[in-house]
Design a binder for this molecule. Sequence first.
Ligand code: NAD
Ligand code: TYD
Length: 338
Amino acid sequence: MSKKKILITGAAGFIGSNFVRMLITHPEQQYDIIALDALTYAGNLKNLAEFEGKSGYSFVKADICDESVINELIQECDIVVNFAAESHVDRSIMGSEPFVRTNIEGTRVLLDACKQHGIDRYHQVSTDEVYGTLGKTGFFTETTPLAPNSPYSASKAGADLLVRAYHETFGFPATITRCSNNYGCWHFPEKLIPLFVTNLIDNKKVPVYGDGMQVRDWLHVTDHCKAILCVIENANDGSIYNVGGNNEQYNIDITKMILKHLNKDDSYIEHVTDRLGHDRRYAIDASKIKNDLGWEPIVNFEQGLAETIEWYLNNESWWRKIKSGEYMKFYEQYYGNR
Ligand code: NAD
Ligand code: TYD
């Protein structure tokens, strides 16, 4: 039986490249993979370098907003999984245009191409941030109303609503996962964990927003990738699943865990002006995916975090190249006067 062909958009980013790795290293590799990425500041071909030349794998540099390229590629695909996005909340506060373009219009282009060519499954990789913020108690379930607070989360919510509407209107075979914060290897060093680890390796302070008492539910990226595959392969058309680690942590506590691992004291913490519209707490109720599909997180947080920090210690050339380039302009502009 011939293998199914899967188009993975945003494949050169953090989660997309981990997803490609999971599929390719599976003992019974069941998919032929087209990895697509526009290679924005966040896309990095080094994340995929180990797969170059492997049979059943190819890379295409393309923008998901480019209708003609997307139409041509999707003609030959059975499954599309969309990771491509502008993904950083702080950048969306500085300017929302690329977020609306890629996250909403890009999703629309993919949906129309998939609808036209009658694919088997379209999967939208979404985020728990579409639900907005929680108080001290409670959890996001799949029926929590969408109430995004940042331009990033608003653009992701817009995409989710389009995907939902294509299912309702056309019976389009789509699924959506809404996951909590991921951590792990190949995470772009603008996000909390890799930014703090790499700053500390360089003996630089770490910028904690406000009081650092915001809560995120952290999940290892490999657990997220398994959840996505599980939904693609087993979920009903039109279904939505929350994915989380049942692992709520205060930002300040994560900061202290990283400091401890790298033998640094609290003098490296710098409380800076809080993020505008900063969501206070995210917490996922992932019981639906557990009950329906049997997915559960496996990686223990302390161990996963320790391994992640070690990866950054052992892969300095990967992140030093990123931190010495264009990215530093953003860093100076965003953190310069806080
Ligand atoms: P990332 O920023 O590391 O990767 C995004 C990738 O998309 C990059 O490689 C970039 O080059 C590519 N891209 C951007 N615009 C594109 C375009 N127009 N056409 C083609 N490619 C384009 O992000 P990530 O952390 O890997 O997130 C992947 C997906 O998962 C996103 O949709 C994000 O919203 C979602 N998500 C992320 C997290 C998290 O904690 N990182 C949690 C939940 C959901
Ligand atoms: P981030 O990694 O940007 O993910 P998200 O905003 O999608 O949750 O941030 C995680 C948390 O860490 C969030 O509460 C913001 C906070 N944070 C800081 O305190 N300092 C920083 O420099 C960054 C990047 C994030």
